[in-house]
Design a protein around this ligand. Structure first.
Ligand code: FES
Length: 573
């Protein structure tokens, strides 16, 4: 290689600064020849014992290092913020942009020539890719992999999805607390992230569809030895990418994003992918918007029979052929020439892909569900758009007109939802306000509101629900999400009152508040901004509320959009 590597600006110097850069590193027992100009690979690790989905990533990192050394590189592992979905308050999404800043600044500030991103839990994948995209070095993603399938009393349990089922069963009296407790341990029985096609599995699939991983990355279970092989091979490959100067901007092109949107439809992926891909595209300067999601995903059927839309789990998906088998099935819908981190195209990568179980991965000619993509709704209730996942909704509710039952906050919902005198029935439309990017703050995953216990007891399992919130990728129901503009900034959602009629027509992509314009104008004039949310009074949360953009812009910070490159002109002083 004749090109001088970035890291040589630190380690290739013969002056005082070069002495300092090398000398302190040698306190780790590193021999001098490692600083001889070979590619230095940063392993960006989201390991954390507080983030159980990523708690095994040190072992993955060890296998990446083997591959880096084998290919003649020098691996250096560094920690970045790890966002754990199951513990962080008030919502991990509040910290996605913060973590992306951590990643971006760490990559730029340190002497690395290429980066391996170790991801897993929902927000760790987008935050790392967003940060890396703003630096544009050669970058490869290695996901931690999904947990093994949950098993309890002879049945399969799916992360998240069965939590919603069990919680409703306890509230309706169909399950007692002892059984509920037993199921906890049975659900999460190995290392890895949620094993349903929730947000973590969706984002692992999205980075594979974008061409940012080696083939099969998304589905190999976390504890399967082939996950370590993939980590090893990714470590070797990133060294080659540095030699080839195969930077993120060569992979993250518009065709790559279009491929990911189509694949999201074919896997019945999470609505959260919409927000995260918009944010990643914004960092890369690729012009993708909500209408692309509807246009490209509209006719893509769901081929994958995985929870929450179906019956199986990521482990089954891997054995059936994983994402390469899905992409092979829909190859005619993809930009097959899109370049990937392998140095080859998507079509090259999937040339030999096969399906081994048609109950898990259906043929395009006989899909699992006819409509897999995310539908983007517009109308006077969501002028800047809202989304719904038709494959997770009840077909009979996709066209519905009902009376609004309004909750001004998630706390009000929880305190009143089980009141016997709550004026609500199965035809009502539940409306939740102030859970959007600024209103919560952080756009919580509360859009799949719990149904009233009195309706659950009557066997009602779904109702139309509308909010400016997000929804867990493991959740399901006829749930309209990401309404923009959000209620907290005076969007039309803020004007909805109990008893208003709301019309949902998914096939027409319409969401409308059936209230005369004169009355809406009167309410708009009388509208007062809500008080600051309890978790947004200062510090980082204050910064978040001031700078977060709406859902249709990926909820990124306005000042983080774009790629700022990886050059740092000044020496360290
Ligand atoms: Fe981490 Fe679901 S809680 S992936």
């Amino acid at each position: 290689m004749t090109r001088k590597l970035r890291s040589q600006d630190w380690f290739g110097r013969q002056d005082r600064d070069g002495f300092s850069h090398r000398s302190w590193m040698k306190n780790q027992g590193l021999p001098g020849h490692l600083f001889d100009g070979r590619p230095i690979i940063g392993i960006c690790n989201t390991f954390s014992e507080l983030n159980p989905c990523n708690a095994h990533l040190r072992k993955i990192a060890d296998h990446v290092k083997r591959g880096v050394y084998e290919a003649g590189g020098f691996p250096l592992e560094f920690p970045v913020s790890s966002l754990g979905e199951s513990l962080m308050r008030p919502t991990a999404m509040l910290f996605r942009n913060l973590a992306s800043m951590d990643v971006e600044e760490a990559i730029r500030a340190y002497p690395v020539d290429g980066v391996v991103l170790l991801t897993g839990c929902d927000k760790t994948t987008p935050s790392l890719v967003m940060g890396a995209a703003s630096c544009d070095l050669p970058t490869i993603v290695v996901s931690g992999g999904p947990m093994l399938t949950g098993r309890w009393r002879g049945r399969k349990l799916g992360s998240g999805t069965d939590v919603w089922h069990f919680a409703d069963a306890v509230r309706s009296g169909a399950m007692d607390f002892a059984e509920f407790s037993q199921a906890e341990a049975a659900m999460s029985r190995s290392a890895g992230h949620c094993m349903t096609m929730g947000t973590a599995s969706t984002m692992a699939s999205m980075v594979e569809a974008l061409g940012l991983t080696l083939p099969e990355n998304a589905a190999i279970p976390a504890v399967d030895s082939r996950r370590y092989v993939l980590a090893h091979e990714s470590g070797s490959r990133i060294v080659g990418m540095v030699h080839e100067d195969l930077r993120l901007s060569k992979v993250l092109t518009r065709p790559a994003f279009e491929n990911a949107i189509v694949v999201n439809g074919a896997i019945g992926g999470s609505t959260n992918a919409v927000i995260h891909l918009l944010a990643i595209a914004g960092r890369m300067g690729v012009d993708i918007d909500l209408s692309d999601w509807d246009r490209l995903g509209r006719n893509v059927p769901c081929l994958v029979n995985l929870m929450p839309s179906g019956a199986h789990q990521m482990e089954d998906f891997y054995y059936a052929g994983g994402l390469p088998a899905v992409m092979k099935e829909i190859e005619n819908l993809l930009h097959g020439g899109a370049l990937t981190v392998t140095g080859r195209s998507i079509s090259d990568n999937i040339a030999d892909a096969e399906c081994h179980d048609r109950d898990v991965i259906h043929e395009l000619a006989s899909p699992f569900k006819p409509e897999g993509g995310i539908a983007v709704l517009r109308g006077n209730l969501a002028p800047d758009g809202a989304v719904i996942k038709p494959s997770a909704a009840s077909p009979h509710l996709l066209k519905h007109r009902g009376r609004a039952v309004v909750f001004e906050s998630i706390e009000q919902l929880h305190s009143t939802i089980d009141d016997d005198d709550l004026d609500i029935d199965e035809n009502s439309v539940m409306v939740l306000k102030h859970c959007g990017p600024k209103g919560y703050p952080g756009m919580a995953e509360v859009g799949n509101m719990p149904l009233p216990a009195k309706l659950l007891k009557r066997g009602i399992t779904d109702m139309v629900r509308i909010s400016d919130a997000r929804m867990s990728g493991t959740a399901f129901g006829t749930v309209v999400l990401h309404v923009a503009p959000e209620a907290a900034i005076g969007g039309p959602l803020a004007l909805v009152q109990n008893g208003d009629m709301i019309e949902l027509d998914v096939s027409a992509r319409r969401i409308a508040l059936d209230v005369p314009e004169a009355e809406l104008a009167r309410r708009r004039d009388a509208w007062q901004p809500p008080p600051s949310p309890p978790d947004a009074r200062g510090g980082y949360s204050g910064l978040f509320v001031r700078h977060v953009m709406q859902a249709d812009r990926g909820a990124d910070f306005d000042f983080l959009v774009g790629c700022r490159g990886n050059e740092v002109v000044r020496e360290s002083h």
